[in-house]
Design a binder for this molecule. Structure first.
Ligand code: SF4
Length: 914
């Protein structure tokens, strides 16, 4: 039996923060990346713009943030609690019944199988308050630390590296350091696409102060195009490079001996280990596949530049040696005393908007709460603070282990909150199959349907979405900001913290009587200061007594914020003050570099996975914006020309990408940016948005031994060419159900649904599919058997309800999109659908580059040909790049390409214009 039942189980529902429709503009925070930009939503959220007063962005937003206003509709939203029925369908239930079922289900599993048989899987998109209550319930009252988060896939190696080096998970620097550095080294970071507003800060520093930019990456990304020095390193080479740098710094007297002596331990043994890994620049060149001259240039620049920031991201973290890579970087900063000083620091760029907040409350299975661990003292301290009846006494299962335990039948009840592990976990097919074994499978989410929910979730709990919920998030520089509600909560949606509180109360636990997110935040802040006495870095005791009004008005602030303070500290560790038992920073010796997997004859390529500029994670929000969809509309695999030739894949054609874990069918994009033997595919498409493009299904599940983070960037793979008899598109007013033998991807378009398709379907089958979708007698159609073309449209009251075009090579849909947007089509416009020609001016602008102003590659190339040779000139002439700046690196690349005679690279296209 569960012990510690401290209160009768009440059956009322928490009175969560009301989310009124705001009559005035509301300051909040962008829900996407870890930059954590401030936004201002106008009344009714007609407009979302950058907040000039937010220190992360000073009014700037990237393309994703700028399109937030387009993504606020209720299509596809989960608005009421739903229960799975015997026939597999979902039926609405009331909140009381849903909460009782969740509480009784968890209690039943714990009573029968023990607390380790239940688990909660959270998201870096949740607010700190949501994370706090989930963690308190599981680790303090149910007695299981099986609470993990999709942040495990994103930055867990950095957490582990920070803890080993600093004794605490602390980012020592501040965004201002990117403005003040003389050298910025980006390692495994496509910041131009993944942290665009920070990248613009870096570029401003470069332009105005002359800072140098070194980019270290396996791919020549758009970020690399802007670098003064680009090191295209072999996968797994980062440790060797930074060990070699440490050896070089020692050899050429560039160390800060005073800092090493006063504030650190372990330098000598780590230097010895580094010499073993990278005895010379020659040896480093061999192991990293870099040129000696480039390595030497980087080392020389690093050695002589005191103000150096090394910023790193997923390319470092998503590795089976990610923690060692993080420490190899930190070693160089500790050795030069370049830490926590203006313009000088190692700097982890966090992926998700509140991965940091999740870390602060113990959202990871291997931490407890308020940055405490599972040592006996911490467990007892938290037990007393929470008055907790059943504390977890050891670490829980990390994400990949958690789903393995589900597959083995050891975890029997799972609650997934705001994330889609069936798409995003490595070996995602196995993760999805594991879900079928659960006795109780609860999902709290915003959407009715996703790959995880459709894997058989028994109970769906409708959560408030961004704009409706209220709480705090912490960005990459430790800055806590408010997310504020500016929309009414639709249907019966509720905040996640309130849902967890209600389930806890129904399980009979006291300590969950939170009335508001402010209540939760005050308790979280108080715990951070409880018996802290300077022992723990995370201390926001100064916020423990915020009034509701002060919480509402809270300005973005960096922690730590000690009791009696309201202003935090920008930087840490300039004069030591680490959080290890001896208060010293630790040098950590990395293991011998190596990848978790070997290439084979069957799988001779390395598959790298990552983000693209205009989409976020599984596209639940960004996938609603027609503007964002225009950048890279289809799931693709990018490969170099030599591999394309070797495997017979054509640019603009299709390729099957297979690994030992699964396969996908993707548009092939051939560029000069992928080194031979390496391919890249973006992570965003799921079974909701494409027929066969769930990249998580391809990724190897091997994890870092310290962080549990999977190696998502080097899975052995093979590509084979695929050809379809016809390709084309449908524009439909209604969602279409396409048969299994049609490859499709759904693309956001205004007032309807866009589908790019390809298939070997026979004519009769296409015709039947079109007849079913048209649902109208007013149809025009062209069947050109000579050219194998099929096009047409169906109308209701002169409005096009369905437009289609199918051909051996993918036809452009620009004209059709234009006609689809009209309320009525006259005769000549109808005919133009069939002819593909129109009197209307529809510019073929080429692949989209600038999302803000809808400017394509061809228009930019024309401006360059007319003599515009800088991004600002092009901005003045055709506006491209003059708003959010996310596309400026691509414009710069086009300028460079046009300057290089005979050079031709097709980067932005996904093939349909190839
Ligand atoms: Fe949002 Fe873009 Fe800012 Fe990231 S950089 S927080 S995605 S606006």
């Amino acid at each position: 039996m569960l012990d510690g039942v401290l209160a009768p189980a009440p059956h009322d529902i928490s009175q969560a923060d009301a989310s009124p429709v705001q009559a005035t503009a509301t300051r909040s925070t962008c829900p996407y990346c870890g930059v954590g930009c401030g936004v201002i939503a106008s009344p009714g959220a007609k407009d979302v713009v950058g907040d000039p007063a937010h220190p992360a962005n000073f009014a700037r937003l990237c393309s994703k943030g700028s399109a937030l206003g387009e993504t606020l509709g209720l299509d596809g939203r989960l608005l009421y609690p739903m229960r799975r029925q015997a026939d597999g369908g979902l039926a609405q239930v009331n909140w009381d019944a849903a909460l009782d079922e969740a509480a009784e289900g968890f209690r039943r599993v714990v009573d029968r199988h023990g607390p380790e048989a239940v688990a909660v899987y959270l998201s870096g998109q949740l607010l700190t308050e949501d994370y706090y209550v989930a963690n308190k319930l599981m680790k303090g009252f149910i007695g299981s630390a099986n609470v993990d988060t999709n942040s495990r896939l994103c930055m867990a190696s950095t957490v582990a590296g920070h803890k080993r080096a600093f004794g605490a998970d602390v980012v020592p620097g501040s965004y201002e350091d990117l403005d003040e550095a003389d050298l910025i080294v980006l390692v495994g970071s496509n910041a131009a696409w993944c942290h665009p507003v920070l990248f613009q800060r870096i570029m401003r520093n470069k332009e105005e102060r002359g800072a140098k930019l070194v980019v270290i990456d396996t791919r020549r990304t758009v970020t690399a195009e802007s670098a003064d020095l680009f090191l295209q390193i072999a996968p797994g080479g980062d440790q060797a490079l930074f060990c070699s740098l440490l050896v070089y710094l020692d050899k050429f007297g560039a160390l800060d001996a005073d800092y090493i002596r006063q504030y650190t331990t372990g330098f000598e043994s780590v230097l010895t280990a580094a010499r073993n890994i990278a005895p010379s620049i020659e040896a480093t060149a061999m192991s990293t596949q870099l040129r000696e001259v480039d390595i030497a240039a980087f080392f020389e620049l690093f050695a002589r530049t005191t103000r150096t920031v090394t910023a790193f991201s997923q390319g470092v973290n998503q590795s089976a040696q990610g923690t060692d890579k993080v420490n190899a970087i930190i070693n160089c900063h500790l050795a030069t005393g370049r830490i926590g000083k203006p313009g000088a620091s190692p700097f982890s760029l966090t992926g998700q908007p509140n991965a940091m907040g999740g870390r602060e409350v113990g959202g990871l299975a291997n931490s407890l709460a308020a940055h405490m661990g599972f040592d006996a003292g911490s467990v007892d301290r938290v037990r007393r603070f929470w008055n907790a009846p059943r504390m977890a006494k050891r670490e829980g299962l990390k994400a990949v282990q958690m789903f393995d335990a589900i597959a083995r039948g050891e975890i029997k009840a799972l609650w997934v909150v705001g994330t889609n592990p069936s798409a995003s976990l490595p070996n995602a097919n196995a993760a999805r199959a594991a879900l079928a074994k659960l006795e109780l499978f609860i999902v709290s989410d915003n959407v009715m349907s996703n790959d995880t929910i459709n894997g058989g979730a028994h109970l769906l709990l409708p959560a408030q979405a961004w704009g409706e919920k209220s709480g705090t998030v912490t960005n990459s520089e430790r800055r806590i900001s408010r997310q504020r509600a500016f929309l009414p909560a639709p249907g019966e949606t509720r905040p996640d913290w309130a849902i967890f509180s209600d389930v806890a109360r129904r399980m009979g636990f006291a300590g969950f009587d939170f009335r508001s997110s402010a209540d939760v935040f005050r308790e979280h802040a108080a715990l951070s200061a409880f018996e802290n006495k300077g022992a723990r870095a995370f201390n926001i005791g100064g916020l423990a007594r915020l009034s509701d009004a002060e919480y509402d008005a809270f300005e973005p602030t960096q922690w730590p914020i000690h009791a009696g303070e309201r202003i935090g500290r920008e930087r840490l560790f300039a004069q030591g003050g680490f959080f290890s038992p001896d208060r010293r920073g630790k040098f950590i010796a990395p293991a011998k570099p190596g990848l978790a997997t070997k290439l084979t004859e069957d799988f001779p390529l390395r598959l790298n996975t990552g983000r693209i500029r205009d989409q976020w994670h599984t596209m639940t929000r960004t996938g609603l914006s027609p503007r964002l969809a225009r950048h890279l509309a289809e799931p693709f695999v990018e490969l170099g020309a030599s591999d394309a030739e070797r495997f017979g894949v054509e640019h603009g054609g299709f390729a099957r990408v297979a690994t030992p874990y699964g396969d996908c069918v993707l548009r092939a994009v051939v560029t000069d940016r992928q080194p031979a033997g390496h391919i890249f595919a973006p992570i965003h498409w799921t079974d909701e948005t494409a027929a066969h493009a769930r990249i998580g299904a391809l990724v190897a599940p091997f994890v870092d031994p310290f962080s549990g983070q999977p190696e998502a960037k080097a899975t052995p793979a093979i590509v084979t060419p695929l050809r379809f008899a016809r390709q084309g598109f449908f524009l439909s007013r209604k969602p279409m159900a396409l048969p299994r033998d049609v490859w499709w991807t759904r693309v956001a378009v205004a007032d309807g649904f866009g589908y790019r398709v390809a298939s070997d379907l026979k004519d009769d089958d296409w015709a039947a599919l079109i007849r079913a979708a048209a649902a109208s007698d007013d149809v025009i159609e062209l069947i050109d058997e000579t050219r194998n073309l099929f096009s047409g449209a169906a109308f209701v009251d002169e409005r096009a309800m369905l437009i289609w075009s199918l051909a051996p090579l993918s036809p452009s849909w620009d004209l059709a999109l234009e006609l689809f947007s009209l309320e009525r089509l006259d005769r000549s416009e109808r005919l133009s659908i069939l002819s593909g020609r129109s009197g209307r001016q529809v510019e073929d602008d080429g692949p989209l580059v600038c999302s803000c102003f809808g400017v394509g590659q061809k228009k930019i190339e024309a401006a360059i040909a007319q003599g515009r040779r800088s991004t600002s000139d092009i901005g003045k002439a055709i506006r491209a790049g003059s708003n959010c700046g996310s596309c400026r690196p691509e414009i710069e690349r086009l300028i460079k390409v046009s300057s290089a005679a005979g050079s031709s690279t097709n980067w932005t296209t996904t093939g349909q214009h190839a």
